[in-house]
Each structure stands twice: as structure tokens, then as C-alpha cells.
Design a protein around this ligand. Structure first.
Ligand code: HEM
Ligand code: SF4
Ligand code: SF4
Length: 385
């Protein structure tokens, strides 16, 4: 036992100087011997399929981790124990390195470190100011008499090309990152056995299964008590975002297929979807903001807090300015509100691939890999699944 402790002390000293992936591998080796947390989430069953952990394994496990905190609060080897096991924080730190490693174009990798609350707000304010100046120069700063006709301020084709270009770039950057990550991760699988894995991964994404701590009572946030609020507020955010996206897509179909042009009636499908999504996107980010500020410091990588808060703030402002624009669309304030709303949305899309949103694509990829892998025979014959 003394020998094991001496070895561990030596390993900790080495790990302090080594890349994060080596520190994460050290902790996984301790967990693999302990296995107390096996039932908490997908990370531990995936871990038991391995005896050693290379960089690819660690990137996979880090993105599989949902930072629910259960394994930190339950761990007998967590600091101040000298083994210093802190899986949620270490995995959060590794996740940030995967975002940088797979960033596209690679030159933009460092944007993840800079993309905080100040940058998010400054980008939104800068674009909004620029658009407001354009409106002022064209002499359309007063919306009196325009009865919500946004295209009198910014022509439809201009808006489509502005948003289309930014959105297409964000989509391309995220897809390149995700496909590079997937190529490093994929292994030869028996495709017959993999049947049903995509459905399971989609289910795990849509229900955020692994924010339940493994027992359905929820995850940890401020302390060792369980809460379902993190999952609920994420659902408000996620589904709110999806509904807003659906609203824009339906409006595009109305415009091009049915030749029906905005402004749409309050009872129309685009407005109803946008209003419901907007409410979700107010409630969810507001709740996540409060929970983030209250989160146990040991459970998180505090260096990533500015990035989290920047993304949360842009989501909240997208919704707040959108709902305000809807409420005041027939008043003189409409052109200015439109410039502010478009500024926030453009900033959100432009920063999408280089901030917190990246977790969505890498986590979805890790969940898919887990769903495939668990259907394959366990070559070690040691795990529980
Ligand atoms: C594949 C889909 C997704 C999965 C599996 C997922 C999962 C998670 C998990 C587990 C967390 C908590 C841990 C952490 O902070 O890293 C989280 C945080 C967050 N997610 Fe997602 N997410 C997904 C998509 C989205 C989408 C589409 C949005 C919004 C557009 C979103 C917004 C957020 C926000 C704002 C946070 C930050 C919460 C905080 O820092 O307190 N997520 N997500
Ligand atoms: S986190 Fe701690 S308690 Fe859980 S498996 Fe690892 S070493 Fe064991
Ligand atoms: S923090 Fe939660 S999701 Fe992450 S490894 Fe620990 S128990 Fe699993």
C-alpha cells in the first residue's frame, strides 16, 4: 500500500508537468481500479472497456462526460486526498483542448480562449452599432408608418445574404471540426451489431440522459445535493433554440414557396413558433446563468466560465431583443430595435463555432460512439455491459 501511495505521489508530480490528457489517464486508471461510480453515467462503462487510455480515448471520455458532478461528490480520492481525483474538472479541461485541437480553420483555435462574456457583448454591440449607423445614413431611423415592415429597413435579399453567409460558415466550421474528431475516433465496428445506436444517441441527446446522475434525481451543482434544474433549464434553452430555428425555417418557406411575406400575423405559425422558442430562450439561459455562478468551484474548470457566460448571454439577448421587436414592431422604435436584434443574432452565429456551442457537436459524436461501442463485444470481458 505504501508503495502504491509513493508511486501515486510520483505520478501526481509528473502529471502536474504533463499534458492534461496524461493527468486524465492517470485518474481513469485509478477509477478503473475503484469502479465505485460505474452506474453514474456513460463514462465509467466506456472506461471499463479499456485498460490503458491514450489521447484518443481521453478525448472520447471527456466529451462523453456531462459534468454532472456526481463522481466528484462521491469520490473518496477527491482532493484533499493525495490521489487528487477530480474527474468532472479534468474532463472539462480536456474538452476545451479538443475544441482547440479540432478547430477549423486551425488558425482560429485560440479564439476559444478569448471568446468570453466581454468579447460576445462587444461583438454584438459593434455589429448592432454598425447596422444602426447604416439605417441612420439611409434616413430610416424612425419606423412610424412602416407597420412592422422590416424589409423597408433591410431588404430581404440583403438579410438573406448576410445571415446565409455567416450561418453557412458556422455550419462548415462545426462540421469540419466534428468530422475530424470522428475520423480520429472511429474504429472498425460490426455494423450489424451497431443497429439502433443512432436512435439511442439521439434519445440521449434529446433527453440529456446523463445529467440525471445515474439515478434520475438530477446532477450536482452547488454542493452534494441533487437538482434537476440544470437539465430543465438546458431543455428550455435547447428546445427554445430549436423552436426559434423552426420559426425562421417556416418563414423562409412561406416567403419562397407560398409567396407570403413578413410581417406575419401574431397567430401565424412563424410568430407562434418564435414566441414559444423566445420564451424558452429567455427562461433557459437565465436559469443556466444563475446555476453557473453557483456551481461548486471544484466541479468546473473556472477558466471556461467566461466562455460559458458569453454564450448564455448571447442566447438570452437574442431572445430578449427578438421578443421586444415583436412587441414594438409597429412603433417608431422598430428600425433601431431591428438593428440591435440583427446585431445580436449575427454575433451569436459568428461566434457559434468558437465557443460553448462546440459542446453540442462533440458531445453528440461521443454519445454516438458510445451507443455503437456498447453493442460490440467487450474484448476485455471485464466491464459490466
Ligand atoms: C448535442 C446536443 C447537446 C448536448 C448533448 C448538450 C449537453 C450539455 C451539457 C451536459 C451541459 C452541462 C455541462 C457543461 O456545461 O458542459 C451543457 C451546457 C450548456 N448547453 Fe448544451 N448540449 C447540447 C446542445 C445545446 C444547444 C443546441 C444549446 C443552445 C443553443 C446548448 C446550450 C447550453 C448552454 C448555454 C450550456 C451552459 C450551461 C452552463 O455553463 O452553466 N446546448 N450542454
Ligand atoms: S471518481 Fe473516485 S470514487 Fe469514482 S470511480 Fe473514480 S476513484 Fe472511484
Ligand atoms: S461528472 Fe458526471 S458525467 Fe462526468 S464522469 Fe462524473 S459522473 Fe460521469
Amino acid at each position: 500500500m505504501q508503495q502504491l501511495e509513493a508511486l501515486t505521489r510520483e505520478a501526481i508530480a509528473l502529471a502536474a508537468k504533463a499534458p492534461l490528457e496524461i493527468e486524465a489517464a492517470r485518474q481513469m486508471e485509478i477509477c478503473n481500479a475503484c469502479r465505485y461510480c460505474e452506474g453514474f453515467c456513460a463514462v465509467f462503462p466506456a472506461m471499463t472497456r479499456r485498460l490503458s487510455f491514450d489521447k484518443v480515448d481521453i478525448h472520447y471520455l471527456a466529451n462523453l462526460c456531462h459534468n454532472c458532478g456526481a463522481c466528484l461528490h462521491a469520490c473518496q480520492y477527491a482532493p484533499p486526498h493525495e490521489f487528487a481525483v477530480n474527474v468532472p474538472r479534468t474532463m472539462a479541461q480536456v474538452r476545451a483542448t479538443t475544441y482547440e485541437e479540432f478547430a477549423w480553420p486551425p488558425a482560429f483555435a485560440l479564439a476559444y480562449r478569448r471568446n468570453g462574456l466581454a468579447i460576445s457583448l462587444a461583438t454584438a454591440a459593434g455589429i448592432a452599432l454598425f447596422l444602426a449607423m447604416v439605417v441612420a445614413m439611409r434616413g430610416s431611423l424612425s419606423g412610424a408608418g412602416l407597420v412592422g415592415n422590416f424589409y423597408a429597413i433591410f431588404p430581404h435579399n440583403l438579410m438573406v445574404s448576410m445571415f446565409g453567409a455567416v450561418f453557412a460558415f458556422a455550419l462548415l466550421a462545426l462540421s469540419m471540426g466534428a468530422s475530424h474528431f470522428w475520423r480520429t475516433q472511429s474504429q472498425p465496428y460490426d455494423s450489424k451489431l451497431a443497429k439502433g445506436s443512432a436512435t439511442e444517441a439521439i434519445h440521449d441527446v434529446l433527453t440529456l440522459k446523463y445529467l440525471d446522475g445515474g439515478h434520475g434525481q438530477g446532477c450536482n451543482n452547488a454542493d452534494d445535493s441533487f437538482t434537476l434544474w440544470r437539465r430543465r433549464f438546458h431543455h428550455f434553452t435547447f428546445y427554445g433554440f430549436m423552436l426559434c430555428f423552426a420559426s425562421t425555417s417556416v418563414a423562409t418557406l412561406y416567403h419562397y414557396l407560398l409567396n407570403l411575406h413578413a410581417p406575419y400575423a401574431l397567430t401565424s405559425l412563424p410568430v407562434l413558433l418564435g414566441t414559444a422558442g423566445g420564451i424558452g430562450l429567455l427562461v433557459g439561459p437565465a436559469g443556466l446563468f444563475v446555476l453557473n455562478l453557483r456551481r461548486h468551484r471544484m466541479q468546473m474548470d473556472t477558466a471556461q466560465r467566461p466562455m460559458d457566460l458569453g454564450f448564455i448571454a448571447l442566447l438570452f439577448l437574442t431572445s430578449a431583443t427578438g421578443l421586444l421587436l415583436l412587441a414594438l414592431r409597429e412603433t417608431a422604435a422598430m428600425p433601431l430595435l431591428l438593428a440591435v436584434h440583427l446585431g445580436v443574432v449575427l454575433a451569436l452565429f459568428a461566434l457559434l463555432p468558437y465557443g460553448k456551442f462546440a459542446h453540442a457537436v462533440y458531445r453528440a459524436a461521443a454519445l454516438l460512439k458510445y451507443a455503437i461501442e456498447k453493442r460490440q463485444p467487450n474484448r476485455l470481458q471485464l466491464g459490466s455491459d
